[in-house]
Design a protein around this ligand. Structure first.
Ligand code: PRP
Ligand code: MN
Ligand code: MG
Length: 188
């Protein structure tokens, strides 16, 4: 199909499974944020987090502020270069705010450790992380949350090259509504 479905070897999480998990995560986060003195700032990491962020905040049951950061590290390849740089910063002042960093996937941990340090230096009161996927087999950097920040993870991801639901290969496949394994012949 034109969307790229023919390049997928196996679907790991369907649209419906993702939707159910996102709803459960949003419910948990809403409970944890209830009673906060000011609206929490949900910061999506562009571009990969756009779909998860949109589905997540629709189900958060407290007022929220939505913002984006952009971090460059992968380029068009499949490996992190280990030195992420922030190329687009949040537009909101996060000083004294509860921040929830929203990611599609945590791989080496380089992107998040860079962003957590950055938000802490801007005076965030807490920094939580909410990621759809976590690939612990690939972790190189362990990040620490800030203040009362919590870690929310949708699914533990096996060590395959996955695309869809925001995740890309060479900027493609982000619009697939599910997460699947890319056929190796596509990137070899
Ligand atoms: C991917 C993914 C995470 C990051 C995780 O983004 O969306 O942001 O890599 O990898 P790490 O834990 O090794 O840092 P990418 O840099 O490919 O940009 P994109 O979101 O625009 O695809
Ligand atoms: Mn990303
Ligand atoms: Mg990418």
């Amino acid at each position: 199909a034109l969307r790229g479905d023919d390049d997928i070897e196996e679907i790991l999480w369907t649209e419906e499974q993702i939707s159910r998990r996102v709803a459960a995560m949003a419910s948990q986060i809403s409970d944890d944020l209830n009673g906060a003195s000011s609206p929490p700032v949900f910061v999506g990491v562009a571009t990969g987090a756009f779909m998860f962020l949109a589905d997540l905040v629709k189900r958060i049951e407290v007022p929220v502020v939505v913002d984006f950061v952009r971090v460059e590290s992968y380029g068009s390849g499949t490996e992190s270069n280990g030195a992420p740089t922030i190329s687009w910063d949040v537009k909101n002042d996060v000083k004294g705010k509860h921040v929830v960093l929203v990611e599609d996937i945590v791989d080496t941990g380089n992107t998040l450790s860079c962003l957590i340090a950055h938000l802490q230096s801007k005076g965030a009161r807490s920094v939580s992380v909410c990621t759809l996927l976590d690939k612990p087999a690939r972790r190189k950097v362990n990040f620490e949350l800030v203040g009362e920040g919590k870690y929310y993870c949708g699914f533990e991801c096996p060590d395959y090259f996955v695309v869809g639901y925001g995740l890309d290969y060479a900027e493609l496949y982000r619009n697939l509504p599910y997460v699947g394994v890319l056929k190796p012949e596509i990137y070899k």
